[in-house]
Design a protein around this ligand. Structure first.
Ligand code: ADP
Ligand code: MG
Length: 354
């Protein structure tokens, strides 16, 4: 048995999805193979400060980790060939090497290519998607344009920035039709998203979305079922089982995602096997089209006419043991530890040099 690889697990982050990241990271830390990997827990505060954290997983889950007794400020070196981080101790600097970084960060400043860029620059292997795919998948409008150009249906949409003219928007939205969805172009966990049933709700919904991004998209509401497909791999791809979100009211908003109060998730989706295969094939096409590698969860709609419509790709999907990506992979035979090992190995084996 060779030396254990040292994996820096990043959690928290300067993102509205900070709290979600804490749960995902605690789950990865709980399930990672300790024989193969030595983990280094790197906490990023809401304000964007980085620390080496040496406390318990429970304190991560309960957001009690940012405590002086367990945290040492750190900095990564952009210098290629060093692959290390600097501990900024009171008594001086200390350099620690790393073999790969696993950014378990959701949303802005983590899932959007920024952190990926920093480590690509430093020449440190990073788990999951790289700069281009992370940035593209974070941008719902640009991802839709590329997927549509590949011949896959996407919802009709309108894009706005400020300043906007209310009268124009109301006319254009009427042409798109109600109900429609208003979304920040770059966000996650349904934050800032509203299902708008009538014109008088539109402008307040847009203002809510503008709280999360400078660009807002209005999308036709797709009727049918929401389905997802876990994709794994770099060149050779494999998928998990397709899942289905059963909604009884509203849409899959922040509260539903993390409480499943009035919704349920079925794996496999309760749709014919042939259609599940079509969904998997479409998900893999989208994954390649958006240059994904490592892993991603591709979310789609399956309409009453059995048509597949693209919704979005999550390059760092939720990773608790009951989250959708691990559940879809588990149903296809991958347990959580095996899955984590595989995605780390994908990063280590194909790290782009030079
Ligand atoms: N065009 C649409 N038609 C129907 N439902 C939608 C549409 N867009 C979003 N939704 C609903 O809103 C939820 C969140 O939207 P999504 O685009 O996935 O954003 P996020 O990145 O925040 O998850 C979806 O899971 C779905 O329930
Ligand atoms: Mg979504």
């Amino acid at each position: 048995m060779g030396k254990r690889k040292r994996i820096a697990i990043l959690f928290g982050g300067c993102s509205p999805e900070y709290g979600v990241s804490l749960q995902s990271a605690a789950s990865v830390l709980e399930h990672i193979d300790q024989v193969k990997y030595e983990t280094m827990k790197i906490g990023i505060s809401r304000g964007g400060d980085w620390y080496l954290y040496e406390g318990t997983l429970q304190d991560i889950q309960e957001d009690q980790w940012l405590n002086k007794a367990y945290c040492t400020p750190i900095a990564f070196l952009p210098n290629r060939g060093r692959a290390s981080l600097l501990l900024l101790r009171d008594d001086g600097l200390c350099e620690l090497s790393v073999d790969a970084v696993f950014p378990i960060l959701h949303g802005a400043n983590g899932e959007d290519g920024t952190v990926q860029g920093m480590f690509e620059l430093a020449g440190i292997p990073i788990v999951g998607c790289g700069v281009l795919s992370s940035a593209l998948c974070m941008d719902k409008v640009r991802a839709h344009r590329l997927v549509k150009a590949a011949g896959i249906r996407t919802p009709c949409s309108l894009v706005y920035e400020k300043p906007y003219l209310e009268a124009d928007i109301l006319d254009e939205a009427a042409a798109l039709g109600y109900p429609l969805f208003v979304k920040p172009v770059r966000a996650g966990s349904s934050l800032g998203i509203t299902r708008v049933a009538q014109s008088r709700e539109l402008i307040p919904a847009m203002e809510r979305a503008f709280m999360f991004d400078n660009t807002v998209v209005l999308e036709e509401a797709i009727s049918g079922i929401e389905v997802g497909c876990a994709v794994l791999g770099n060149d050779v791809l494999t998928t998990g089982e397709v899942d289905e979100i059963e909604l009884t009211e509203g849409f899959f908003d922040f509260e539903e995602k993390y409480t499943l109060k009035s919704s349920a998730i079925h794996v496999p989706a309760r749709i014919p096997p042939d259609d599940r295969s079509r969904i998997k094939d479409t998900a893999m096409r989208i994954y390649r089209e958006l240059d994904c590698r490592g892993l991603a969860r591709v979310d789609l709609f399956y309409t009453p006419d059995k048509e597949i419509v693209f919704n979005e790709v999550n390059t760092l999907p939720g990773f608790t043991s009951h989250s959708r990506y691990p559940s879809m992979m588990r149903t296809a035979g991958w347990d959580m530890s095996e899955l984590i090992t595989k995605i780390i190995e994908l990063a280590l084996s194909t790290h782009r040099k030079g």
